[in-house]
Ligand binder design. Structure first.
Ligand SMILES: *Cc1c(COP(=O)(O)O)cnc(C)c1O
Length: 388
């Protein structure tokens, strides 16, 4: 029996190494990995430049307190600022910490301008913002909050697409609207561009901050560096994590000058957040998430979607919808997806579930066309078997 607690229902398989889009078991079996640690290993497994960066930094300095200047972090923050809407960055270690910090920044901003009554955050019901006590309540999911004590106040929820409810929830105490630009765990639901724009305008009109959680859909996954760039809006606060570390735990909250001003000494901190080892890796990730990589995402996304839509036409009784953007892809089935995912795995293709019967497909951003062909071949075989 495992000494690990039972909070995961783990597949009975383990891997000893990986290379690019593939994972290898102890007995030499090779799996096409279209989970990639849930959109974390954006450059695949064992990326040589990331190996070099971590090796080099590991011989110099791993960790030092944020009480001192950390040049690698200064550099990564500057590069993120140059590349995005943001003027300022706070580094964390995970997505939940990043979204929680985003909530703190929003509240502290209104406090700092004498509007301390503005504390409430509006979120989408059954979204996903992490597993800390505050973020599970932000997610508004019964399943995630069940048994975890008193409800954390300060969060209001509307259902995805229910714009009337969203407008009704806004009052003088609202500080922010916090949504995932593309809902990941919630079933790969894209918030349409016109809708992201309308929410931005609503925020402007009502003196509310816009927090766009790009922990899963950010760092090139959507085909642009941030998914909200498709809608041409400028958010106020953006938590990131997953992709930015390429497999090393890094989180961050990006923000505009306006709100960053509230984060004076002592308002927030993290022992590990932004340490030299993490920052060296983050810089090496950013080196590679360039236009060439984004072109690969866009080109192969188009190809993958067209192949998947063909598969849907061939098996309409199994596949209900192909969803997503870039290389954040969901195959929504008519029925429960468990068996489908198991069969893909039996055929050496790894995928992962999301809500609403969705099979989530997350190749690395540097995936190759022939790897997509292999995935489609396996999916076709499984559809054929399940149709019988
Ligand atoms: C994964 C995820 C988180 C939480 O990240 P952790 O690193 O697991 O804490 C938060 N928001 C979104 C959108 C995510 O996909």
């Amino acid at each position: 029996m495992s000494a690990l607690a039972g909070n995961y229902k783990r597949k009975k398989i383990s891997f000893i190494k990986g290379k690019g889009s593939f994972l290898i078991t102890a007995d030499g079996k090779k799996y096409l990995d279209f989970v990639q640690g849930i959109a974390v290993n954006c450059l695949g497994h064992a990326n040589q430049k990331l190996i070099n960066a971590i090796n080099k930094q590991s011989k110099k300095l791993w960790h030092i307190s944020n009480a001192f200047i950390i040049p690698e972090g200064e550099r990564l923050a500057k590069r993120l600022v140059e590349r995005t809407f943001a003027d300022s960055v706070i580094f964390q270690n995970s997505g939940a910490e990043a979204t929680e910090a985003a909530i703190k920044v929003a509240r502290r901003y209104f406090y700092s301008i004498g509007k301390s009554h503005k504390t409430r955050i509006i979120c989408i019901k059954n979204s996903f913002h992490g597993r800390t006590i505050a973020t599970i309540h932000a997610s508004g999911s019964k399943k995630m909050t069940l048994g975890f004590g008193p409800k954390v106040p300060g969060f209001d929820h509307f259902e995805y697409g229910n714009h009337e409810k969203l407008k009704k929830l806004i009052n003088k105490n609202t500080a922010a609207i916090m949504i995932e630009t593309i809902m990941g765990e919630g079933g790969i639901k894209v918030i349409p561009n016109w809708c992201v724009k309308a929410i931005r305008e609503l925020c402007n009109k009502k003196d509310i901050l816009l927090i766009l959680d790009e922990v899963q859909c950010g760092i090139g996954r959507s085909g642009k560096f941030f998914a909200f760039e498709h809608a041409k809006v400028k958010p106020d606060i953006v938590p990131i994590a997953k992709g930015i570390g390429g497999g090393f735990p890094i989180g961050a909250v990006l923000m505009t000058k306006k709100v960053a001003k509230a984060m004076i000494p002592g308002t927030h901190g993290s022992t590990f957040g932004g340490n030299p080892l993490a920052m060296a890796v983050g810089n090496a990730v950013l080196d590679q998430v360039n236009n060439k990589l984004l072109n690969n995402v866009n080109k192969l996304s188009k190809y993958f979607f067209s192949r998947l839509n063909n598969l849907k036409s061939d098996y309409p009784q199994i596949i209900k919808e192909v969803r997503g953007m870039g290389l954040l892809i969901g195959l929504q089935l008519h029925n429960d997806q468990t068996k489908f995912i198991e069969k893909l795995m039996d055929n050496k293709l790894l995928t992962i579930r999301a809500a609403e019967n969705v099979v989530r497909i997350l190749p690395p951003l540097n995936v190759k066309r022939n790897e997509i062909d292999l995935a489609v071949k396996i999916m076709t075989k499984v559809c054929k078997e399940l149709k019988k």
